[in-house]
Ligand binder design. Structure first.
Ligand code: SIN
Length: 282
């Protein structure tokens, strides 16, 4: 297997490897896992694998989970269909910087995403290194956010366009989760900036040490959250991947965020994502 780094910040392309082999080859799988921890997102071309092989490869990292809004392949539970078609031009929910499923108590470990069909041009996906985003923060901001916690919501994102009863039912089933603003990567010990488009507000900002007058909390807390969320937008922390059918991305959802660029006219874009269950951030 050859590993070619794609930017200084994040991402590497793997060649000379077929992911179907890594289902049974422990040595190969260990090499891929180590590369994932190092580069945070891995890319492969020409992976003509079956859905069963896709699922079996992802299962080597852990159990898979379905998505409450996007459906899964009926024959392969855990393989979520992210399908866009010309009949749904307003279905735009991916194009915001996020880590997957942070509205769960235990957001995903990572995912294996395969392109089934894509526009001839456009529809790329971008990833940002959120360890670097944390590292590069000014020290006074690091001190300010060290003990902060924040709420993450499915209601305010996937639920927002639903009729109210459906939205409330979604929220009842998936109540908002609270996570540290700076999480610790459970395998590498690195600190990760962990707020995104799913984050609605800080939950413990309004203390006498932080808030002298009302303005410090409102708009002060919102301004700080917007600043933190905007760190993923910095190009120096990013990599951008152009899809072709049978291209695959594997990412560490604990240390990255991603953004599916919706710059293509209404046409088919079919992606299938095996999302791997993670653990509770600390
Ligand atoms: C996602 O947000 O997990 C999907 C990314 C993509 O469709 O490119």
């Amino acid at each position: 297997m050859q590993v070619e780094q794609l930017t200084y910040a994040i991402g590497a392309e793997l060649t000379g490897v077929n992911l179907a082999d890594a289902v049974h080859d422990d040595g190969l799988f260990a090499e891929i896992r180590a590369a994932l921890l190092k580069h945070r997102v891995l890319f492969l071309r020409d992976q003509n694998i079956t859905r069963a092989e896709h699922v079996a490869f992802a299962r080597r990292f852990g159990e898979l989970e379905d998505h409450p809004v996007a459906g899964s392949d009926p024959e392969h539970p855990g393989l979520v269909r992210i399908y866009k078609n010309p009949e749904q031009p307003n279905d735009r929910y991916e194009n915001a910087w996020h880590a997957d499923a942070t509205w769960r108590e235990a957001p995903q470990f990572g995912a294996v995403l395969r392109c089934v069909e894509c526009p001839p041009v456009g529809g790329d996906t971008m990833w940002a290194n959120m360890v670097l985003a944390y590292e590069k923060l000014p020290e006074y901001v690091k001190a300010q956010i060290a003990d902060l916690r924040a709420r993450h919501s499915i209601e305010a994102s996937f639920g927002a366009a639903m009729p109210i009863e459906k939205r409330l039912a979604l929220k009842a089933q998936y109540p908002d989760a609270e996570h540290p603003v700076v999480r610790t990567h459970p395998e590498t010990g690195e600190k990760v900036l962990f707020v995104s488009a799913f984050t609605t507000h800080f939950t413990n900002f309004h203390t006498p040490e932080r808030v002298r007058y009302g303005q410090d909390a409102n708009p002060g807390a919102g301004d700080l959250l917007r600043y933190l969320v905007s760190q993923a937008y910095i190009p120096e922390y990013q990599v951008r991947w152009r899809w072709k059918p049978n291209s695959i991305a594997i990412w560490d959802n604990r240390s990255t965020q991603h953004y599916a660029v919706m710059d293509y006219p209404p046409c088919h874009r079919k992606m299938e994502r095996a999302g791997i269950i993670g653990d509770k951030p600390y």
